[in-house]
Design a protein around this ligand. Structure first.
Ligand code: GLP
Length: 255
């Protein structure tokens, strides 16, 4: 072992669950979230947007239909586009309202998304303060970008970064273009929880489906942590679970 490695941070391997299909992944992730809610009197969730968690929110809404209450839950979303408010269908605030908050009994104002229309520095500072006031995030749900981003922490983001204004990678703007009406520009900037903010969650649940995520997942866990792959910072956290399908997990250890 080199002297640098001997004095470096302790690295951890995530608990890994590889399942047959995206549907099985969604079911397992929803079950994991529901287990967390059942054990915490005042749960604080970190939530994610994107295509991957859509089926998870469907299952949580179904659980509400059969009696699960989200009334004690507080949640904090990872990110939002700068310039988009909750009334804009392409905003993450609108996504969360439509796919989750409106379908369960979470109390008004307890499901938070960074405000894309405010002064970014103020929004970021207040968001960090609100997370701290809630007692920190108990369980953080994360997706992963094909370039390894988590939240909107693009390659190069510092591992100790906090909630802040960021510039989106061109590949991210292209990947998310289908969420915008034709002819509308994808915003160039966003507000995202930082990697340091994410790493303060007590538990982290990373979800990935589809072959397009296989390289990013491999880069995240099969080399030393490197800001070129933001998700590789998760190796610094002792309680990370990865739930993925075979297509996304095919380059991971046991898949
Ligand atoms: C988005 C979000 C991320 C998300 C990722 C993957 O841009 N900012 O939080 O995890 O990209 O999205 P998808 O699940 O659609 O592949």
């Amino acid at each position: 072992m080199s002297p640098a490695a001997a004095t470096g941070p302790t690295l951890h391997r995530p608990a890994l669950v590889v399942l047959d299909s995206p549907e099985a992944v969604a079911t397992a992730v929803a079950a994991r979230l529901l287990r967390h809610l059942a054990t915490e009197p005042r749960p604080v969730l970190g939530l994610a947007t994107g295509r991957t968690p859509l089926a998870v929110y469907d299952r949580l809404a179904a659980a509400h239909g059969t009696g699960t209450s989200f009334a004690a839950v507080q949640s904090f979303n990872l990110d939002e586009y700068v310039g988009l408010g909750a009334s804009d269908p392409a905003s993450f605030a609108h996504y969360m309202q439509r796919h989750f908050f409106d379908r369960v009994d979470i109390a008004a104002g307890q499901g938070r998304v960074p405000d894309g229309t405010g002064d970014p520095a103020t929004v970021a500072r207040d968001y960090e303060a609100a997370i701290a006031k809630a007692g920190g995030i108990g369980l953080q749900l994360l997706g992963i970008g094909t370039n390894g981003h988590i939240g909107f922490n693009e390659p190069g983001s510092a591992f100790d970064s906090r909630t802040r204004l960021v510039t989106l990678a061109e590949s991210t703007r292209q990947a998310n273009a289908p969420d915008f009406p034709r002819g509308t520009e994808v915003p160039r900037e966003a507000i995202t929880m930082g990697i340091g903010t994410i790493l303060e969650a007590r538990q982290i649940l990373l979800v990935a489906t589809g072959a397009a995520k296989a390289e990013a997942l491999h880069a995240a866990f099969h080399a030393a942590p490197d800001p070129d792959c933001p998700a590789s910072a998760l190796q610094l956290h002792p309680r990370v679970e990865v739930i993925c399908d075979c297509a996304a997990g095919r380059r991971l250890w046991s898949a």
